[in-house]
Design a protein around this ligand. Structure first.
Ligand code: PA5
Length: 426
């Protein structure tokens, strides 16, 4: 369950004025009559997902856990960010998972790729290659290199068993390869775009391999789908948040900074940046999504946020109860002068950092803040949050008059790059 607090937005948001528009956009989403209406599969996915495939994902995850030391997840953008976000948010940055999960296919850096390939030498590793199109350069290049190493270590037959592909159900180079080589494959539904796909096999297989509870993740998303199936702005927090975002944008705020106080939620910010940035940043419009991890980034960006160009508002994603806690002990000598914190838990100190920063930013800096709180960041609440943000994003983009589900601008760099690389046809 998500709680959202709009009491620190500095300005009074005129919710009433948006009520009818929100109702008509909600109807447009339900009737699938708006821009990008071919990509609304995510709206009912927590109920309609393929149950047989879901069981197959759990089985494949178990096979990977039982037989391999490392899973290399090769994907980029929507075929990468959700899985990484969930795995880090749920397991932490130093996890005890049976299988180590490494991400590749998300960069063209020769150094990073060479380091990963060196690291994998002599290790028992499996590959989950994820690409809807099957032709994304970063992913395809990484997959080719990974396959070469895998085959050299275990032979072609064992390599084919260690490769799990998540791609289109019928089309594309990767699907053709799956059919020819016999890789186990999972489907990215036609009507769900990359940045809305974390609850499909794209996210579910790597998340399940990490040991996280994908049943609870889907249950959280399902409950959000039910709770947020409501066109009344007075009682729908996802739509209220969309309205606040729109009002901020129209009042001159051009940046939304997503803030967390947990390093293991940093990737939640990365997932949000893609979701909102790719959905809304078009036609010369849209809030620029940015992200920060406090209190770390208060020591770098904090100065700008407090006193720099007043172009941003903050959206804080908090949890009430952290996974782990530590107490600061009394020290007789008190050379560091920290005895005023003796007996206090770190969660308490972090909470005061949040409260102090909120007061500094809102009261002194006049920076609007939205505060989103979950009881704790477990799989259920993360599933809830994923759906909550997707619902907000669709409403926000439609309020701006934008198609929330395409990304025409992403293709432009690819065309330039392909021309320079001599790809046939460019
Ligand atoms: O959201 C998107 O559509 C993109 O970020 C894609 O997910 C990304 O480019 C990867 O594409 P693909 O899954 O086709 O390899």
């Amino acid at each position: 369950m998500v709680k959202i607090d709009f009491s620190k937005t500095v300005v009074n948001v005129p919710f009433e004025a948006y009520a009818d528009k929100v109702k008509s956009i909600d109807a447009m989403i339900k009737d699938k009559t708006g821009l990008g209406n071919d990509f609304l599969g995510w709206t009912t996915w927590p109920k309609d997902y393929d149950k047989e495939e879901f069981e197959r994902i759990k089985k494949a995850a178990k096979t990977i856990q039982d037989n391999y030391e490392v899973l290399v997840v090769a994907g980029i953008g929507g075929s990468y960010l959700g899985a990484r976000c969930a795995i880090e948010a749920l397991n932490g940055l130093f996890s005890n998972s049976k299988v180590q999960i490494i991400f590749l296919g998300n960069t063209l850096s020769s150094t990073y790729i060479a380091q990963v390939l060196n690291y994998l030498k002599g290790k028992k590793f499996a590959i989950n290659v994820i690409s809807k199109s099957g032709t994304t350069t970063e992913t395809s290049v990484a997959f080719r290199l990974l396959k070469e190493l895998l085959i050299s270590q275990v032979g072609k037959e064992a390599a084919a068993k260690a490769i799990f592909a998540t791609t289109d159900k019928a089309r594309g180079a990767l699907k053709t390869e799956c059919n020819m080589e016999g890789y186990e494959s999972f489907v990215i539904p036609d009507d769900i775009g990359g940045r809305y796909s974390v609850l499909t096999a794209v996210g579910l297989l790597p998340i399940a391999v990490s040991g996280a509870d994908i049943d609870a993740l889907m249950k959280g998303a399902y409950d959000a789908m039910v709770d947020l199936d409501n066109n009344d702005l007075k009682t729908n927090p996802a739509y209220q948040y969309a309205v606040v975002r729109d009002y901020m944008y129209n009042s001159g705020k051009k940046v939304e900074m997503f803030v967390t106080y947990e390093p293991q939620f940093t990737q939640v910010g990365e997932w949000l940046k893609q979701l909102f940035g790719e959905s809304e940043g078009k036609d010369g419009k849209g809030l620029l999504p940015d992200s920060a991890t406090f209190s770390t980034d208060l020591h770098s960006l904090g100065q700008f946020i407090q006193e720099g160009t007043p172009l941003l508002f903050e959206t804080i994603v908090l949890q009430e109860k952290p996974a782990l806690d530590v107490e600061v002990k009394e020290d007789k000598e008190n050379l560091d002068g920290l005895n005023f914190l003796a007996g206090k838990k770190l969660s308490y100190i972090n909470e005061k950092a949040f409260e102090g920063t909120l007061a500094a930013h809102v009261e002194d800096g006049k920076i609007p803040n939205v505060v989103i709180t979950v009881p704790t960041m477990d799989a259920y609440n993360l599933g809830y949050l994923f759906f909550f943000f997707m619902k907000t994003c669709a409403m926000s983009a439609y309020l701006l008059g934008i198609n929330p589900f395409n990304q025409p601008g992403v293709e432009i760099y690819k065309k330039r790059m392909f021309k320079l690389l001599g790809k046939p046809g460019y």
